[in-house]
Design a protein around this ligand. Structure first.
Ligand SMILES: O=C(O)CCC(=O)C(=O)O
Length: 266
């Protein structure tokens, strides 16, 4: 059982994020790491390219080539990832951070930033991708490599979540929407880097302004991300419907309709 201290909960409230170690065992982390590599290698195809597009991205990388490979909904690819979603230490911490015993899955994804040309993520709030009425949404960012600014690690504007939804200046390119902040107002260079060891997680609010650096180093940067919401919350818009959305990871969802007519809805 891993419960957060009052100070840790307060730090999350003040900063909008918290970094935690020793949530997963060494054995679990090794299994996750090996399975991650196996899946990315076995399923490798050009459709996994997921780096953001647009002029702001080109400017951020000074017109160099950049790339990030992504697989979504990993629990549909391997039981090792479904198992990771049910980790009791993780769910204990999430209960403390989210202040609810009823926790639902929104979606999962993995970003593999290759060495030397790993794409940055411009500073953004996840809110704009999937707004919810009570802003209960958090991300769990599991580091599967030691991460620093050199290999494309995460960075944040601490406390920015308190300002609520901020102006989004993103673009739509080739039919996909990319949501991010005005990069002059919220430059990556002004953000606070989060240095993390293999296995560390960062839990952060979907209102926290965050991004990540280019990977110009000679090592990869792998991450697995789980997005979750409270069962007491509901979406503002009918968007971003991922496989497995609404799966109850802890507690119960008493708002879930039980009629036959709605059995195929998610
Ligand atoms: O992969 C990363 O470094 C950042 C990903 C991210 O911020 C996001 O998907 O919202």
């Amino acid at each position: 059982m891993v419960r957060l201290t009052k100070q840790q909960i307060q730090s999350y409230k003040d900063n909008g994020f918290i970094k935690l170690s020793n949530i997963y065992s060494e054995k679990e982390l090794q299994e996750l790491s090996e399975e991650y590599n196996r899946i990315f290698y076995k399923k490798n195809n050009p459709g996994m390219e997921a780096a953001w597009l647009g002029d702001d991205m080109k400017a951020a990388v000074k017109n160099k080539e950049y790339s990030v490979h992504s697989i979504h909904n990993l629990q549909y690819h391997s039981a090792i990832f479904s198992h990771a979603l049910h980790n009791p230490n993780l769910l204990d911490c999430l209960e403390d951070v989210m202040q609810t015993p009823n926790i639902l899955l929104h979606h999962t994804k993995a970003h593999y930033k290759p060495p030397r040309k790993g794409a940055p993520y411009l500073m953004h709030q996840d809110y704009h991708y999937f707004p919810f009425k009570k802003d209960s949404m958090v991300a769990v960012f599991l580091h599967l490599d030691r991460s620093t600014p050199e290999n494309g690690g995460l960075c944040v504007y601490p406390g920015s979540h308190k300002r609520g939804p901020l102006k989004d200046v993103g673009v739509i390119e080739k039919g996909d929407a990319y949501h991010y902040m005005d990069q002059k107002e919220w430059p990556i260079s002004g953000a606070t880097p989060i240095n993390a060891e293999f296995g560390d997680i960062v839990i952060f609010s979907y209102l926290l302004v965050h991004g990540s650096y280019e990977n110009l180093s000679d090592r990869p940067r792998r991450m697995f991300l789980v997005q979750l919401m409270s069962a007491e919350d509901e979406p503002v818009e009918d968007i971003h419907k991922s496989l497995g959305q609404g799966w109850v990871l802890r507690g119960a969802n008493d708002n879930k309709k039980a009629s036959m007519a709605e059995r195929f809805l998610h």
